[in-house]
Design a protein around this ligand. Structure first.
Ligand code: PRP
Length: 213
């Protein structure tokens, strides 16, 4: 019998692109993940099942082996820290940039800069490298509001088209890192289920190659 694999997928904007790559790799869920309320899905491959969770939870499931593999953004992986897992394939989907953003015409305050973000680890590292002490304000979404209401001087957030910043009168300032989704593997699964994991990783590499060259 082939080794059973569980793959953790993230809800939200990366799901469609992830499913397209999985389909190219020959893995198709039995139900429609976007419309179903289910969390566990069987696939056309008897030994592969999918679980659908919040993106920030994907590395946690993979770290503890509750899922053998997962698909998560580089942003989420940097925040998690990567304990217990390997990053195996750059899937080249959900590409965007992590940036600082703020008002174009606002001079920076003399004292400590207040920075609002959903990404405290990335933000702390970035400003540390710049030798700048900042006050971090952790938010869970809608960061663009923070400078508008005076909660923060700057934000650190993902920028894709730039439309959200523009709609709120903000501009992108400094580029911190490029982001894309990655296929991650639980460290123990890589050893214990080596054949099945290797097989899936190479199928996904091929699917990326076919899709993006
Ligand atoms: C992300 C990000 C920005 C927006 C950027 O939010 O936080 O708000 O997308 O995209 P744009 O440059 O194309 O406008 P997302 O919609 O993923 O939801 P979130 O606020 O829950 O992070």
């Amino acid at each position: 019998m082939s080794q059973q694999l569980t793959i953790a997928l993230a809800k939200g904007r990366i799901l469609d692109d992830t499913l397209a790559l999985l389909a190219r790799a020959g893995i198709e869920p039995a139900d429609n993940l976007s419309s179903s309320r289910k969390l566990v899905f069987s696939t056309n491959q008897d030994h592969i099942k999918l679980v659908l969770i919040r993106s920030a939870d994907v590395p946690v499931y993979v770290q503890y082996g509750a899922a053998d593999l997962g698909v998560a953004g580089k942003d989420v992986l940097r925040e998690h820290g990567g304990e217990g897992l390997y990053e195996r394939v750059d899937l080249k989907i959900a590409t965007c940039k992590m940036m600082t953003a703020g008002f174009a015409d606002r001079t920076r305050p003399r004292g400590r800069l207040k920075v609002a973000t959903k990404y405290p680890e990335i933000t702390r590292d970035f400003f540390l490298q710049q030798g700048q002490q900042v006050e971090l304000i952790k938010l869970y979404g809608s960061m663009e509001l923070a400078p508008i209401v005076g909660l923060a001087d700057l934000i650190v957030d993902l920028v894709d088209t730039g439309k959200t910043l523009k709609a709120n009168g903000l501009i992108p300032l400094e580029h911190i890192m490029d982001i894309s989704s990655r296929l991650i593997v639980n460290r123990a699964s890589l050893k214990m289920k080596n054949q099945a994991v290797k097989d899936l990783v190479s199928k996904m590499e091929k699917a990326v190659e076919e899709s993006f060259g």
